[in-house]
Write a protein that binds this ligand. Structure first.
Ligand SMILES: *[C@@H]1O[C@H](CO)[C@@H](O)[C@H](O)[C@H]1NC(C)=O
Ligand SMILES: *[C@@H]1O[C@H](CO)[C@@H](O)[C@H](O)[C@H]1NC(C)=O
Length: 396
């Protein structure tokens, strides 16, 4: 947090340092890429392999997002699994099981984007944050899948600060992650918008039809001498409101938001209803910062995707907006034996017009378990254009 609170006008030195950080990280990335890729030709300097931007719906009118929550990656083969049954491989179970799961899901679902929703690495078990991140994310890069990441509360516990981690991730191959939105002063690191445009050849080729908002929900904080988790600040909500307003001047496209730590209202879903498993208390901040009110007033956000509580994988509706947990993905993360690690898919489809694809027609979600069959569970529609939820209808 010391970094976040740094006075803006401090000096030329601060400006110089902030310019240098991306350069140093780029050099580090080159060095690490050489270490991890023993190809002799790789000595040639390389630039970031960019995802094709803007991202677009496919020719079949669909766009599929894979949410990976809480990988908790450490050092790789030497970092042991937690909370797996005795048949889980014992000492042979490691971070590599997390990598294998990610490869399996990518092969089975062929996602158009992967959203890594924080605690991507478990700082306390990662000797070198950059190396751990490169290993954790490597399947996305290997399969050339565009990916977006945000931070949880554990990522910065190793050798890099939150600012360095977000900068580093923004420079990695196929990443569409950004440190912060240009032209705004916002709290934290990893607040950005990604628009998904219409397919090539459609009339909406230059229009974002699905907006994704990524937010930094912080790590840990002290409030009146009591330890609690971070929360989304007013500066972030102001950016969100203004971005949504600007986007909705063009077209009323639905939006999805991604952040790591749940908001306090998610607790209430225990009483009002949910689909999936609610197996542990919602670990959130004691501060109610008005996130729900802001999202409701914006009108475009149909669903929020969360991480943080690995034993919760439910979706529940608050004031017309779905709040869905990803469910724990990583094997070095706490979990529950015989309750398979899991991933969430978010699938959006466009409406077919007479000559061209139109706006988003429906958004649905389901989960995939890391069992033998990669079982698909809890499929549900979270939004339909034809029955827009402006009347706060609950579809449970
Ligand atoms: C982890 O991977 C090892 C080696 O492939 C395997 O034997 C073990 O069953 C896996 N463990 C789990 C929990 O999937
Ligand atoms: C999309 O933008 C490109 C480049 O600005 C332009 O050439 C093209 O005509 C636009 N297409 C449509 C359908 O608006």
């Amino acid at each position: 947090m010391e970094v976040a609170e740094r006075p803006m006008a401090s000096s030329h030195l601060a400006a110089l340092v902030s310019l240098l950080i991306p350069c140093l990280l780029a050099l580090l990335l080159l060095r690490l890429a050489a270490v991890l890729d023993p190809d002799p030709d790789a000595a040639v300097p390389r630039i970031k392999a960019a995802a094709p931007l803007p991202l677009r719906f496919r020719h079949d009118g669909a766009f599929k997002i894979l949410q990976v929550a809480d990988m908790h990656f450490g050092n790789g083969a030497t970092t042991r699994c937690r909370d797996v049954g005795p048949e889980g491989g014992g000492a042979r179970c490691s971070d590599l099981n997390t990598t294998r799961f990610l490869r399996r899901v990518i092969e089975a679902e062929k996602p158009d984007l992967i959203a890594f929703t924080g605690d991507n690495i478990f700082g306390g078990s990662a000797t070198d944050a950059a190396e751990s991140l490169l290993r954790a994310i490597s399947p996305a890069i290997e399969y050339r899948v565009p990916w977006a990441a945000i931070l949880g509360n554990h990522d910065q516990e190793s050798t890099m600060t939150r600012e360095e981690l977000m900068t580093f991730m923004s420079l990695m191959d196929y990443s569409v992650s950004q440190v912060n939105p240009p032209g705004f002063l916002v709290h934290g690191f990893g607040n950005y918008h990604v628009g998904i445009h219409g397919p090539f050849g459609s009339e909406l080729v230059n229009t974002s039809l699905l907006n994704l908002y990524f937010l930094d929900s912080g790590d840990r904080e002290m409030v009146n001498g009591v330890k609690t988790y971070g929360w989304i600040r007013e500066s972030q909500l102001a950016w969100l409101r203004s971005t949504s307003l600007e986007l909705q001047k063009k077209i009323h496209a639905p939006a999805l938001a991604f952040f790591h730590i749940p908001i306090p209202e998610v607790r209430g879903l225990w009483y009002s209803g949910f689909k999936g498993q609610y197996q542990e208390g919602v670990a959130c901040s004691s501060v109610h910062s008005g996130v729900l009110g802001t999202l409701v007033s914006m009108g475009d956000v149909k669903s929020v995707f969360l991480g943080h509580d690995h034993l919760n994988d439910f979706c529940g509706n608050l004031n017309g907006i779905w709040f869905c947990y990803g469910g724990g993905f990583g094997y070095h993360a706490y979990g529950r034996p015989h309750w398979p690690r899991r991933a969430r898919i978010i699938y959006s489809e466009l409406k077919k017009g007479q000559r061209s694809w139109l706006e988003v027609d429906s958004i649905s979600t389901w989960k995939l378990l890391d069992d033998e069959k990669l079982s698909k569970i809890d499929e549900q529609v979270i939004w339909r254009h034809s029955t827009d939820d402006s009347d706060h209808r609950v579809y449970l």
